[in-house]
Ligand binder design. Structure first.
Ligand SMILES: Nc1ncnc2c1ncn2[C@@H]1O[C@H](COP(=O)(O)OP(=O)(O)O)[C@@H](O)[C@H]1O
Ligand SMILES: [Mg+2]
Length: 240
């Protein structure tokens, strides 16, 4: 019996910005239901890897597959349509639109779907504070609420894989906890995750498998519970 192909398969990913070779041959496999973390210092190439997968960076792949189907040239629209939800670094919500309008923007890949309203209600159940701010301008929300909105917007596309780039960045600890618990709940209910974080402790707690990126290369990978005990990883990424 052959195993189902991974939701995401990346081979030989390279990203260049002029003479900066930011990602240098990254491979990544994400199986259905898995939680995969990417940890690494500032500038290691984490965001570039995610942007390349979403078609937002000038990238070269030996192979990019979504659920066994080859993607020759990723674009954000096509990747969302294939079931990948992306929460970019720095949230990138639309500040001049209301909370609800931001969520509706996330449903553009399925614009006529009758489930859109239902989906908004699901996001509001996940983050009740957003329901209370339904008509508020997104630019008036706190950083934590904007992060919830960015996650909610990605969920509007009914993703099978949710890709998060530094969701904890710049947030107060109480809000980080709330967001982490929401993401943990989504994952526990079966949503596949790729999580990029400088906060390695948080990444280990939310994922089952991690890769460590250094200068655009995967230098280590393995089960999160093994990596979190790795002396080198502890010293560099956990500060212990
Ligand atoms: N738009 C860009 N133009 C030029 N260099 C960039 C750009 N984006 C990222 N870089 C460089 O690429 C490298 C990797 O960046 P990035 O993927 O953002 O790392 P990380 O997310 O791990 O902090 C860094 O050296 C960064 O300075
Ligand atoms: Mg980054």
């Amino acid at each position: 019996m052959s195993e189902a192909p991974p939701i995401l398969r990346v081979r030989g990913l390279h990203v260049r910005y002029g003479h900066v070779h930011a990602v240098q041959g990254v491979d990544l496999d994400v199986r259905e239901g898995a939680g995969v973390g990417i940890i690494g210092a500032n500038g290691a190439g984490k965001s570039s890897t995610l942007k390349a997968i979403m078609g937002l960076a000038d990238a070269r792949f030996d192979e990019l597959q979504v659920a066994g189907e080859r993607v020759l040239r990723p674009t954000p629209e096509a990747m969302v349509r294939r079931g990948i939800g992306y929460v970019p670094e720095g949230r990138r919500i639309f500040p001049g639109l209301t909370v609800r309008q931001n969520l509706l923007m996330g449903a553009y890949a399925h614009p006529w779907d009758r489930r859109v309203r239902e989906r908004v209600e699901e996001v509001y159940r996940l983050f009740p504070i957003l329901a209370r701010r339904d008509r508020a301008l997104a630019g008036a929300l706190s950083g934590g609420q904007q992060q919830m909105l960015a996650i909610g917007r990605a969920l509007m596309g009914e993703p099978r894989l949710l890709v998060l780039d530094e969701p904890s960045m710049g947030l107060a600890p109480a809000l980080v906890d709330e967001i982490v618990e929401a993401v943990r709940g989504l994952h526990a209910r079966g949503l596949t995750l790729v999580l990029v974080e400088q906060n390695a402790r948080l990444t280990f707690s939310l994922t089952e498998h991690c890769v460590v990126l250094e200068s655009g290369r995967v230098v280590k990978e393995g089960p999160s519970r093994v990596l979190r005990e790795d002396p080198e990883v502890r010293k560099i990424y956990l500060g212990v």
